[in-house]
Design a protein around this ligand. Structure first.
Ligand SMILES: [Zn+2]
Length: 101
């Protein structure tokens, strides 16, 4: 195991049947696919993703933290919008505009 690495707990991983399971986590550098900024997928973040959030062990971080936050916020706003649309009263003439099947 490389110095400074964190031991992986297989029992907490999402089931994968892999011949090459993750033995440990160490910081993995990457380049953000959205803004091209270099970032580090830290060993602590990896442990959280794979053991707490149960991401598949093949999942890689492809965006930097600020871009991930932006994506999360966009998805949250979309969910909120869809909930608002589902909860709104139908338009009084909606039956007129609905396609006849
Ligand atoms: Zn980015």
């Amino acid at each position: 195991m490389p110095p400074g690495a964190i031991v992986a707990d297989w029992s907490k991983h999402h089931p994968h049947n892999s011949y090459s399971p993750l033995f440990w986590y160490e910081d993995r550098p990457g380049v953000c696919k959205t803004c091209s900024a270099p970032f580090v997928f830290t060993k602590e973040a990896q442990r959280h993703c794979y053991e707490v959030l149960k991401f598949p062990i093949y999942a890689e971080a492809v965006r930097c933290a600020p871009c991930r936050a932006k994506v999360r916020e966009t998805k949250r706003a979309q969910r909120e919008h869809m909930a608002e649309m589902a909860a709104r009263k139908p338009h009084p003439h909606e039956a007129f505009f609905r396609k006849r099947s």
